[in-house]
Design a protein around this ligand. Structure first.
Ligand code: ADP
Length: 483
């Protein structure tokens, strides 16, 4: 049963809900102070009433004790007037009066029970020994004892003790009545607070329910509708974030469609030209001379090369994006060696383009990287820097590091990238300014591959560019792989 309960509490959606928490908080805030107030009020009434009672009984007892001292009641004991007075007073307090002489003998008991007996209670002893008025409260039997010394006025000697036991039933029953009333009031408060807590927990959370409904409505398929939940800043923020996410999903969806369309288009273009070339050869039949054949076949071969390049790029992209076999293998590498190898490989292309390559190693950097993938990424950057450069241009590659990252920059003196294209260059098949891309060979896949490889290293890539002056790509790669 206990296990069942605890499982219920652990699993229950209710317990973990904000609504339940708001309900409980309001409930506790409403009920605890009223309970404390009730307790304090009853307590303070009780102690005040007791103090009053004690002082009343004490002063009455003091008057009587003085009277006894004056009349020699302690030795004579036959004063009917005083007897009467004592009985009246004890009736008044619904209690008992004992008059004790200096030998601790009870010489008068208004109950007539203990007359002649001796009493040696500690209060009587200490009162006899000179302590002034004493009082003692018996909470169990609901009475209080007040002892007052009977003092000879002329000598100041203590001749006996006057003891009054008064009932505190009256106070107790008052306290009980108060307790009762306070409990009733508290139950009413509790009911009210419960109602308020329930209503508050409902209304306060309504906007969140709206958010859930709004998100639910989009679950089936994300339409373009925008849902506003303006009630709270928080719900507004959630909805903003949600719309942002929705936007991203639209983008991803669009870019997937665009990707498929682009892939088919890119793959179809070389095929279409091959088809045209082949068709014209077929139609030409025997009249086509060997020279034309050769020329057309060369064109077909170059289209095949192009097709091959696109397919290779797509494949390396898939590899970088990672499937089981292509899972990254991080190892410690000297990045300077890696960069120098890349530059060596690209030198012939750079020479051909009339571009000079520079390498600057600011510090020795060893980092845990997947060499193949990172090389591919940097290679694409340097290739682009050469391709989109000018006659007699330069490309500078630098290697540096801070405490946690290797920093590689690839700068060029090339044509630059317009501001508005900067965030699109990593898209698959995106090719910059149509006028250059016509002249400069490319598939639009290079930077997408580069970025994926860098993200796989949990790094970052950033481009800064001034059109006509050049571009700098900055790549940051963590020195230690986290996976
Ligand atoms: P590709 O080079 O095959 O066209 P990329 O993905 O490598 O494809 O580059 C995308 C586009 O970004 C290029 O078409 C080009 O317009 C632009 N770009 C990339 N690198 C540079 C650079 N260093 N200088 C100027 N433009 C660049």
């Amino acid at each position: 049963m206990k296990a069942l309960l605890s499982r219920f509490f652990y699993n229950s959606r209710l317990i973990h809900s904000l609504r339940f928490r708001i309900f409980m908080i309001v409930l506790l805030i409403g009920i605890i102070p009223s309970a404390i107030m009730r307790f304090m009020m009853v307590r303070s009434y009780e102690s005040r009433a007791m103090t009053q009672k004690i002082s009343e009984v004490t002063s009455q007892a003091a008057i009587l004790a003085a009277h006894l001292a004056r009349t020699d009641y302690l030795t004579q004991r036959d004063d009917i007037v005083i007897d009467d007075e004592l009985t009246q007073t004890s009736n008044l307090y619904d209690g008992r009066i004992l008059v004790i002489d200096s030998s601790y003998r009870i010489i008068k008991d208004t109950y007539n029970k203990s007359q002649g007996k001796y009493i040696v209670s500690s209060e009587v002893i200490s009162c006899m020994n000179g302590s002034r008025n004493m009082s003692n409260l018996d909470d169990v039997n609901n009475y209080l004892d007040v002892t007052v010394p009977i003092t000879d006025e002329s000598t100041g000697d203590i001749k006996g003790v006057f003891l009054v036991s008064a009932t505190t039933d009256g106070i107790k029953s008052n306290v009980q009545l108060m307790q009762h009333r306070a409990a009733t009031i508290q139950v009413i408060i509790a009911l009210l607070v419960t109602l308020i807590a329930y209503a508050l927990s409902r209304t306060l959370l309504r906007p969140f329910n709206k958010v859930i409904k709004a998100v639910d409505s989009v679950k089936e398929g994300f339409g373009a509708e925008s849902i506003e939940v303006p009630d709270y800043t928080e719900t507004k923020d959630i909805m903003d974030a949600f719309h942002h996410l929705l936007g991203r999903m639209h983008e991803v969806d669009d870019s997937r469609e665009e990707f498929v369309a682009n892939v088919s288009h890119e793959l179809k273009t070389p095929l279409a030209s091959m088809k045209v070339l082949a068709d014209s050869l077929i139609q030409g039949g025997d009249s086509v001379d060997a020279e034309t054949y050769r020329e057309f076949l060369l064109d077909i071969a170059s289209e095949v090369d192009r097709e091959n390049k696109i397919i290779n790029d797509l494949l390396s992209q898939v590899k970088v994006e990672g499937n089981e076999e292509a899972a990254p293998s991080f190892e410690m590498h000297d990045l300077s060696d890696m960069l120098q190898t890349i530059l060596k490989t690209l030198t012939p292309i750079a020479d051909e383009a009339g571009v000079e390559l520079f390498f600057e190693e600011k510090t020795v950097v060893n980092a845990e990287v997947d060499e193949v993938k990172l090389s591919l990424a940097i290679m694409n950057l340097v290739e682009n820097a050469i391709k989109y450069n000018k006659e007699d241009g330069w490309v500078r590659v630098t290697l540096d590091s801070d405490t946690a990252f290797a920093i590689i920059t690839v700068s060029d003196s090339g044509i630059g990238i317009p501001e508005e294209s900067l965030n699109r260059i990593y898209d698959r098949f995106y090719r910059g300014d149509k006028s250059h891309s016509q002249e400069i060979d490319g598939t639009g896949l290079g930077l997408s591959i580069t970025r994926n490889a860098i993200l796989m290293h949990r790094g970052a890539i950033k481009a800064a560019s001034i059109v006509g002056e050049g571009t700098t790509f900055t790549v940051k790669i963590p020195l230690r792989a986290e996976i």
